[in-house]
Design a protein around this ligand. Sequence first.
Ligand SMILES: Nc1ncnc2c1ncn2[C@@H]1O[C@H](COP(=O)(O)OP(=O)(O)OP(=O)(O)O)[C@@H](O)[C@H]1O
Ligand SMILES: [Mg+2]
Length: 1144
Amino acid sequence: MAELEGLEFGKSDFVLLDEVTMEQFMENLKLRFEKGRIYTYIGEVVVSVNPYREMEIYGKDAIDAYRGRELYENPPHLYAVSDAAYKAMKRRAKDTCIVISGESGAGKTEASKYIMQYIAAITNPGQRAEVESVKNVLLKSNCVLEAFGNAKTNRNDNSSRFGKYMDINFNFNGDPTGGHINNYLLEKSRVVQQQEGERNFHSFYQLLRGGCEETLESLHLENDAALYTYTREGAATAVSSSDDRKLWDATSNNDRTSHKAVMSALEVIGFSKEEITSIYQILAAILLLGNVEFGSEGESVQILGQDTVNHISELTATDPDSVAKGLLFRTVATGGGEVIEKGHTEKDACFGRDAFAKALYERLFGWIVSRINSIIEVKNYNPVLHGKNTVIGVLDIYGFEIFDNNSFEQFCINYCNEKLQQLFIELILQQEQEEYQREGITWQHIDYFNNQIIVDLVEQQHKGILSILDEACLTVGKVTDTVCLDSMDTKLAQHPHYTSRKLSPTDKTMDFKKHFRIRHYAGDVTYSVEGFLDKNKDLLFQDFKRLMYNSSNPVLKEMWPDGQLSITEVTKRPLTAATLFKNSIVALVDKLACKEPYYVRCIKPNEMKSPVLFDDARCQHQVAYLGLLENVMVRRAGFAYRQQYPRFLQRYKMTCEYTWPNHLMATDREAVEAIITQHGFQGDVAYGQTKLFVRTPRTLFTLEQERNTLVPILVLFLQKVWRGALARLRCRRMRAIYTIMGCYKRYKVKAHFWEVERRFVSVRTMPDYGKSVEWPAPPAALAQFHSITTMLHRRWWARQIVKNIPPSDMLEVRAKVAALTSLSGERKDWGVGRAWERDYLSSVRDCPHTSAAFIRVSKELKNKDGYGQVVFSAFCRKMNRFNKSTDRALLVTDKFVYKLEPKKQYKVLKRFPLDSVSELSKPRRFLQTCCQPSVKCLFCFSQFTGLSVTSGADQMVALHTSSQDDVLLCLQQGELCPNQDRVGELVGTLVDHFMRTGGSCSGRLRGESTFRESLQLVIVPPSAEVAPAGADEAAPDDGEGGPAGRSAARAPGRRVVDAARRRVAQDAAVALETVSRKPDVALIRMHVENGIRKSLFPVKVCRSALQLHMRGKPKKVTVETKPGQNVADFKKSKDGFILLVPEK
Ligand SMILES: Nc1ncnc2c1ncn2[C@@H]1O[C@H](COP(=O)(O)OP(=O)(O)OP(=O)(O)O)[C@@H](O)[C@H]1O
Ligand SMILES: [Mg+2]
């Protein structure tokens, strides 16, 4: 159905002939041959005529033109059929095979090479290295196998003398992953003898003509094929004419270039250097063996020329004596189990030598094939990973041949061709017609010659020629070829395809006792029975096998594994050559039969190897015996494609709206009909019982094309559905997870609530109000709830503690809380453990001598200045403005701070207001109102801005003022307790004072006061009238001890009360600290809503030197311990002052 050629080239498909007659067939074939169209179709079968010239139709352009195209889209070509086989393999994952048949010289081997070349070119577009190497080996193997398995015959200069079936394995992508070569019966008799005008295998001439001098020398060879018996016939030395000379030169050149090509191919395939050397050593040994001659002296036979034997032994890495012994004697096992050596006759020796040479070559060839197979076999194949391993097989076997003298080999070769013809008949003619009948398709039977009868003549059990041959070989005694011929004549006398001189005495083309004739499907062949039995027995003395097995060349040893058997072990008769061959051909046919076959039928146009001569008679003969005309008839009346309804429906159902995705018709056949009708192909199909038959490939191609456009859409659709299904599945799973998580979370929350309830249910009655109760770890979801509830509990707990503090102690607790907050734990000892007396100057116990005077002065001041209460009073050491330290008394009241002179009856030296501190953000000077005109007022226009203390045990305090004229003093202890810390008390009372009077203070200079003060406002209620609770179970006194009490009434249980108070203060402070780490928005808001103003009275706790200003100048005060110092005192230093403290 090719369409791209004009009619001047004839019909490109014989199916298109006007009439299917031999004349028209031949006319068309001849016309096309003459027009350079060597390929013509019969449907999918390619008929190829050997052009005997280089054709420009195999280039890259041609490959591109045929790649992926349908058969009828381009002119007929091998590439088209190769592509069809490849497509079938790839699309339908079907194993396919391309069977190339035709007689010797018809162009089978060339065709197989082009097919391989095409497959190699269209695969592995990704250029993957491993695939490329497989392809390379497959292609290069041709060159090697041709060198060792092909020879010049009288019919073909490059005749295949072995059968080759190559399987190429493909992966899921359609790239070759490996292969396997099966070789069939090498014509080994050619090694020792060739017909006139023929050559030995190419390899010998290539070595002798192409091998370099050193190589030949090392192989003990010379550069002249005529010197060796086995190559003498093909050496063509007798150059009589200039034409012969030219031919000889061309052949020599050819051999030389071929040798190079073979050497490089061997390397590319992967043969090691040693292996290549061994191959050529074996070839040389064979050539030398041929030159071994024997002479006899009486009974004994000798080898003429020991040198040759020595060379053979060197080349085969064996002992020369063993070689000589092997050639002259044979070891025979006697009946009694003894082993004797029997000398050969000269004839036996020659026979043994030749048998040895043939076997050497045959095994070498077999080994080369197996070595290539081991390299290209598919390795690490995993069907799960790599998908189905599909195969394309290419069969190129020796063609049918008729020589002047046809021997056992021709008999085997022609039998093989009969078998292949039988397969063709079965698949193309017989099965096809039977199928039409079976399927009920109206069919006019087409007669054809079935060659099964000839196949049976050869292979039938007991009656066939092979059986007769085998029988003769097994018969003990002197059974000769003639006896065997007699037996055949007797048994096959009635067979229409067998004859001999005895059966046709008038036929003088045959000799008595020598010839028999078989009427093959491709013509009559007269075989000479001479040598049949020997060749069938294929006898090789065991001595040679042992000799080779014992070779120190590992390659040789590997070729002869059967040589390890001793003579007494070799008992079982091996199968005969003919039986072995038959078995291998039967296996081959089975292998082909299970694949989808594609045929290339080769025709040899003339015997002259001429590119212009078209020998009508010869060609017609071939067309006839190949059954091509019958093929056309069957094809023309038949159908190109058939498929079972369900499979056809499955493949094309998407192309029809009634069948996609599923049809509602009664049967698949109806659905298929719907597809066909929708496309309008009714006229091109026939409906069988189980199959649909499609007449032309075009119909199928159209369906295929439509399918190809729909498949991507379907793939997308399926992907969409599948992805949706997956997403829904995932979604359901997620929802389930969330439900489970929700339930679990709810359970965890509830469990937490229950646990909190269980633990805290009785805290109200607990002595510590649940302080010791450990909070259960909250689940993550309740982290905030946990922090709020802990804080609430803390607050509640603090309230319980605080509300139990008696109002009389409230002032002290507040001061301690204020001190704790302000000092932030940076001052280790701040007097928390003792009762804070505040007004130490009026304490009789602390200042027994001066208290009376102070009480008097303070009363006067109270009356005069109208202050409410004393906030703090104590002796101190102060630096004056002349940088001298003096003893002073400090009195802090709720309105003024007084500096008193203790030595002058507490004369007021300075007074400055305390409560006038107001707007923090706007420090302002205020008018100092002096009580006495004599009092010098240094700070009259300044206000306190904060104070600094150290973190040590010293009693130093720096009161900062807004005028940068700070007051530096060191508190002095009274008599009662000389080591008492009063800094904490001063800080606490001052800060507390500022807070109570509406100011605010911060323990640090970092402005984080707001929250703390707010908390204080909460935890320190203004009216706390409940009696101290838990005083009884207060912690024991820490030993520091406090003053004995401010009044006698409070003396009893003083320590206990102090301890309780201390604990309460600490607890309150801890509560304050704990809660204040997280700002509480609600509290801040409350604070703001209450309109409490911020005022800063920061307390700075210095770790090293204390910083202050005096009269605007910066000063640094450090603390030093001085041995021998009795009381703390200031001393001037370079950049300020040093407080010298007594050593403890
Ligand atoms: N397509 C072709 N183009 C050019 N020359 C060809 C072609 N086919 C065959 N020939 C020529 O014909 C010769 C014989 O072809 P080939 O060796 O393929 O025959 P064959 O069928 O394999 O024979 P045999 O059965 O003896 O092996 C080739 O050496 C080549 O010169
Ligand atoms: Mg060939």
